[in-house]
Write a protein that binds this ligand. Structure first.
Ligand code: NCD
Length: 308
């Protein structure tokens, strides 16, 4: 039994191991009956205290593809709306026999807190603005394919709402270990104070300058709901799109074998021109598919079914 809180303290070899394991899981997913009994008899609880589409569905499919049973929870129709605390909700799924808890919450470090109190394997599915390790792992698994296993010296540009992005943070930690150069491209309002000192990334305020010679560009969603009060921080979505939106022309200006990623959900015509979502250079659908394989690898590891 093991927990995955983030990529900050994950070694390069552990990172590479997950990517390798994800490849084997992809093979399982490609079979006519895309299911193995590796986690038969195990119960995986999905505790999502924040909205989710891709992450939640892929964790559920991942658990089921490994033969586990899934206990599903969503804030709207649960006793949380009757005042039950998050910890008590988690204790309830423990009493129901959960072996592993996958949690998403607005508070950073909630996965650590739950692991300590529940004494179960806990997997972080996004904790506040801290980390989103399985998203970064799946992005890396997709890049691993198009970069033929070569990360060292590659340049990944991450564009947009960086300051609040747990996806970006997980990438920063992983990139340090894998030797990927990260460029952050964002208006000042999207960079938190102290950001430059905290991470070894190069910062660009001009999209054109930042995109020169990159091997991949990842656009991030403008996270209006996570920024809370204190706006206005953007003149308008139109203004943002004209300065930072990925357009066909901007995408075509990239090197011939450079790719586009987005963790989703996408705000069309804010982060990306609508016709780019499913364009040839877009890996967005591959990211969604790889999400299942990576989460299978993580659940398999978390439940102690894989030797370390
Ligand atoms: C991200 C998240 O929730 O952190 N989405 C995801 O998991 N695919 C990014 C976002 O919300 O913008």
């Amino acid at each position: 039994m093991a927990s995955l809180f983030g990529l900050r303290s994950m070694s390069e070899s552990a990172l590479r191991d997950f990517l390798k394991q994800a490849d084997s899981m992809l093979e399982v997913l490609g079979r006519p009956v895309a299911k193995v009994p590796a986690l038969r008899g195990k119960r995986v609880a999905l505790l999502f205290f924040e909205p989710s589409t891709r992450t939640r569905m892929s964790f559920e499919l991942a658990a089921k593809s490994l033969g586990a049973d899934v206990i599903n929870f969503s804030t709207g129709n649960s006793s949380l709306s009757k005042g039950e605390s998050l910890l008590d909700t988690a204790m309830t799924v423990k009493a129901l026999g959960a072996d592993c808890v996958v949690v998403r919450d607005t508070h950073a470090r909630m996965p650590e807190f739950l692991a300590k109190h529940l004494e179960l394997a806990v997997v972080n599915a996004g904790d506040g603005a801290n980390e989103h390790p399985t998203q970064a792992l799946l992005d890396l698994a997709v890049l691993n394919k198009v970069w033929n296993g070569e990360f060292k010296g590659k340049t990944l540009a991450i564009v947009g709402d960086i300051g609040r992005s747990r996806v970006a943070r997980s990438h920063f930690w992983a990139a340090e270990k894998l030797g990927i150069n990260i460029r952050v491209i964002a208006p000042d309002v999207f960079l938190e104070p102290g950001f430059q000192e905290a991470f070894s990334v190069s910062i660009f305020s001009s999209l054109e300058d930042g995109l020169k010679d990159v091997d991949a560009v990842m656009a991030l969603r403008v996270q209006t709901e996570r920024r809370g009060e204190g706006g206005p921080y953007l003149a308008s979505a139109f203004d943002y799109f004209s300065r930072y939106g990925i357009t066909k022309q901007r995408l075509e200006s990239l090197a011939p074998n450079a790719f586009l990623l987005h963790p989703g959900p996408v705000n069309r015509a804010v982060e990306l021109a609508p016709d780019l979502l499913y364009a040839d250079k877009s890996l967005i659908q591959d990211q969604v598919q790889m999400g299942v394989a990576v989460r299978m690898a993580v659940l398999y590891w978390a439940l102690g079914c894989r030797d370390e």
